[in-house]
Design a protein around this ligand. Structure first.
Ligand code: HAM
Length: 425
């Protein structure tokens, strides 16, 4: 046995669980596409400074969780801990914001955070995210939330809740942060925590230590400081969510772990996942583009955690695909060459086909056909091939029909219900 093992804390997917992973990921992507988001494919590593400036020097992500290294040219490189900063970098660099606005893009892939591994918390994990850049219209905030909610429902999930809050506008935050700083100056915390609070006082709410949580209990709520305009935006989004029949709870104490948020912020929380219950989150980040050297354009988006959504589906015992979705499994008797040639011809006609290789006998071959989950199977003997008629077996009903080679593709590509009536008759 090899002594190699995967690095600690990474998530890996192989059959049959990889089918379920793929289904969840593609369901979120499909929801993004339905809302008009287009693919953006970006590098998994970027200049370290993009994240220190974009995500924020006071965040746990930047302070403790980045995979940072020097490349051969002496540049500081970081494996992307999240997707929004990279999207902004690409939008600015390639002038994507000079065309039609908003720019609406989605991405899907691996992200990296050097967190302490535990169930649902990995060092390499997967997100599908969307970003809409260049519109202040809060209807987009509602669209972003609806896109995430539609994806979760399409996965079959029920036991989750949506929490929302607002971080207000610049004026809101200036007034609030002044009061919060003054509150923090009066509580008893260690020097390191105080230094962090000096960088961004909101970060103290991330602290999980009971004594810090207790000291923050009397802290003012940001929601109580919203300007009239921010309050009206927040209300507008809530009204839209109600009209869209999307349930939500206002969470006054929600703080997102990244510094760029402004305005509406939200999190989807699953009730059966224990400590790592956040299955997705996002919000508005109106200052990020300018902060990264671009023009003053606003943005809003989400990142959905594919690994955790899969865990949530499993916790809810949702029936997700378990196999490769094969249409046909061929068991060759005699010469396998002709089976491979037939399989290739069917594949070019759009049929998903697998077949046995090597010296499997009929019994072994049928066992493989059963295990494959294919909807049809075909035992391919030389005699049948000579006569041009082959026995096509419906693996669900067990019915066998003799069909010509040229009819196989159309028979197996019929929807299940039609196919089984035809075969049984
Ligand atoms: P985030 O809340 O840091 O937001 O991450 C989004 C989701 O990624 C989380 O809700 C969680 O499901 C998943 N996730 C995060 N860390 C881990 C981990 N260590 N292991 C497994 N899953 C994890 C962002 O990343 C923002 N970029 C989202 C966004 C896009 N905001 C605006 N646009």
């Amino acid at each position: 046995m090899s002594s190699f093992q995967a690095p600690k804390g990474v998530s890996e997917y192989f059959p049959s669980r990889s089918h379920r992973f793929e289904h969840v990921r593609d369901t979120i992507i499909e929801s993004a596409k339905r809302s008009g988001y287009e693919l953006i494919e970006l590098p998994v590593f970027e200049d370290t400074e993009l994240f220190t400036r974009g995500v924020g020097a006071s965040t746990d992500v930047v302070r403790k969780e980045m995979y940072t290294f020097e490349d051969r040219g002496g540049r500081s490189i970081t494996l992307r801990p999240e997707g929004t900063a990279g999207v902004m970098r690409a939008v600015i660099e390639h002038n994507l914001d000079r065309g039609q606005l908003p720019v609406k893009v989605y991405y899907s892939g691996a992200f990296f955070r050097a967190e302490r591994p535990q169930a649902g918390r990995y060092r390499q994990f997967y997100q599908v995210g969307i970003e809409a850049i260049g519109s202040d219209d809060v209807r987009i905030d509602a669209e972003v939330i609806a896109t995430a909610d539609r994806a979760l429902k399409a996965c079959g999930l029920k036991n989750y809740r949506l929490e929302i809050t607002s971080l207000g506008d610049a004026e809101t935050r200036t007034r609030y942060l002044a009061d919060l700083r003054s509150y923090i100056s009066r509580i008893d915390i260690d020097d390191e925590t105080r230094a962090r609070a000096d960088l961004n006082p909101l970060r103290i709410f991330d602290d999980k230590r009971p004594n810090v949580i207790a000291s923050m209990e009397g802290a003012p709520y940001l929601l109580d400081y919203l300007t009239a305009e921010s309050a009206s935006d927040f209300e507008h989004v809530q009204n839209l969510l109600q009209s869209l029949a999307i349930e939500f709870h206002v969470n006054k104490r929600m703080v997102r772990g990244l510094d760029y948020y402004t305005g509406i912020a939200f999190e989807f929380v699953h009730t059966q996942l224990g400590a790592q219950s956040g299955i997705g989150g996002g919000g508005r980040y109106d200052g990020l583009m300018a902060q990264l050297g671009g023009q003053e354009l606003s943005g809003v988006g989400f990142g959905m955690g594919v690994d955790r959504i899969l865990l949530a589906c499993e916790a809810e015992e949702i029936d997700l695909p378990e196999d490769a979705g094969l249409d046909l499994f061929i068991v060759p008797l005699g010469t396998g060459d002709r089976a491979l040639i037939l399989a290739e011809s069917l594949r070019s006609q759009g049929v998903r086909v697998s077949l046995t290789f090597g010296d499997k006998n009929l019994k072994g071959g049928m066992k493989s056909a059963d295990k494959s989950g294919a909807r049809f199977s075909l035992v391919l003997g030389d005699d049948e091939l000579e006569q041009g008629m082959v026995p096509l077996k419906n693996m669900v009903s067990g019915g066998i029909e003799s069909v010509t080679l040229s009819a196989i593709a159309s028979k197996v590509l019929l929807p299940d219900s039609v196919a089984s009536t035809l075969i049984e008759s």
